[in-house]
Design a binder for this molecule. Structure first.
Ligand code: COD
Ligand code: ZN
Ligand code: ZN
Length: 385
């Protein structure tokens, strides 16, 4: 196959506290175990804001975005039907073909490390496209002066075209609306997976969701689909509390005081919830989550605070009440197993994830979308290419 030189139009992280900028970059053809994709849609996630605001340390010179859906345009060697050799076990993706609609996974399991061996793809020690593809042998993007540019979490979805590990490209039902398919790459998997995989919510369990953004409302939808009851949503924003009720929450609560939230939750659940999910990423609400669970109940922390912050635990009460505290990374998802199921649930109407899409925007509008997120305005804004 002849490789035409290729370029991509992409939003590049310039360092903490600085506005990311759109740049025209050279894009190399896919190497062994990789595919080139044309991006279709990419959501703006709160983690993008954490990165730009410097809450989490990330290297400059990386194409941002980690919540995207794309069409496969070109297969590297060792990828696709009949390809078996020359690439890592996790990267073979034998079912992948040109023209497939794929959701890009920000942790693509290597298939060979101990975590992958245990089936814990989300804890993979050496994910494909690791370290934002900045290593010279992985960088496929270059500035006109030749400097390599990385791809956030190996996928950098705020780009018209991208080269990713084949194992990061998960084929889903092509009828899935692209804006919704994009959300499966982060918010939906993180929230739905926290309920289904990490917490393993059962029918008739009582559930509290703290934070009703893209992730929290995805969790809430999964709790509704699981037959949980009552389901209580907590958010500062009235519009989000309203939407939670429309999506099937039993009650939504304004967190004007922690004491009041505790009182309302204990009243509605008869002494505390079976499950509490923290989807905000603050130490104060993580501490509140511990108080909202019943004795023996489970607290699932989904939100990540700025790096290095610590929350306090009343150890005496925690132990006497026999509570369980879980961390949920990427909804404990195995992308190849879970993404197609979420897409099928969307198409069957079991997970109305389309309700999360606030606005379709262009690549040049991402900076404004991050500002809106900082002001807690609206839900998911999705770049449509
Ligand atoms: N009390 C109640 N609600 C609050 C409070 C508060 N003190 N502060 C903020 N909120 C609400 C906001 O009004 C908003 O509705 C919601 O919390 C946050 O929603 P979004 O849409 O801004 O953010 P999400 O849903 O995209 O992401 C939230 C996370 C906490 C999951 C995210 O920021 C995070 O920490 N991600 C790390 C965990 C992870 O798995 N990351 C993977 C890549 S994202
Ligand atoms: Zn995200
Ligand atoms: Zn692994």
């Amino acid at each position: 196959m002849t490789h035409v030189p290729s370029t991509t139009h992409a939003l590049v992280f310039q360092g903490p506290g600085q506005a990311p900028a759109i740049e025209e970059l050279g894009l190399e053809p896919p190497g062994p175990g990789e595919v080139r994709v044309r991006m279709v849609a990419s959501g703006v996630c709160h983690s993008d804001l954490h990165m730009v605001d410097g809450d989490w340390e990330r290297p400059a010179g990386v194409v941002m975005g980690h919540e995207g859906t794309a069409i496969v345009e070109e297969l590297g060697s060792g990828v696709g039907a009949g390809a078996e050799t020359g690439v890592e076990p996790g990267a073979r993706a034998p079912g992948l073909g040109v023209g497939d609609l794929v959701v890009l996974a920000w942790t693509a399991p290597c298939g060979a490390c101990p975590a992958c061996g245990r089936g814990e793809a989300w804890l993979c020690a050496a994910p494909l496209g690791a370290d934002h593809r900045l290593a010279p042998e992985l960088a496929r993007l270059h500035r006109p002066d030749g400097t390599p540019v990385g791809a956030y979490s190996g996928i950098g979805t705020f780009a018209t075209h991208q080269v990713v590990a084949a194992g990061a490209a998960i084929t889903i039902d092509p009828r899935t609306p692209p804006e919704v398919a994009a959300l499966i790459g982060c918010a939906a998997s993180t929230g739905v997976g926290a309920v289904r995989n990490t917490a393993a919510v059962r029918p008739a369990d009582s559930v509290v969701v703290l934070g009703l953004g893209g992730v929290g409302l995805s969790a809430l939808m999964a709790a509704v689909a699981a037959g949980a009851s009552p389901i209580i949503g907590v958010d500062l924003e009235p519009s989000k509390r309203e939407l939670a009720l429309e999506l099937g929450a039993t009650r939504s609560v304004e967190p004007d005081s922690a004491l009041r939230v505790v009182r309302v939750v204990r009243e509605l659940t008869g002494g505390g919830a079976d499950h509490v999910l923290e989807c905000i990423g603050r130490t104060s609400t993580a501490e509140l989550a511990l108080d909202l669970a019943r004795p023996g109940g489970t607290i699932t922390l989904v939100g990540m605070t700025p790096q290095g912050e610590r929350a306090g635990v009343d150890v005496y009460r925690f132990v006497e009440d026999g509570k369980r505290l879980l961390g949920s990374n990427y909804g404990s998802s195995v992308p190849a197993r879970d993404f197609p199921v979420i897409a099928a649930d969307v198409l069957a109407g079991r997970l109305p994830l389309g309700r999360l899409v606030e606005e379709r925007i262009g690549l040049e509008d991402v900076v404004g979308a991050l500002d809106a997120m900082r002001r807690r305005q609206g839900l998911r804004r999705v770049v449509v290419f």
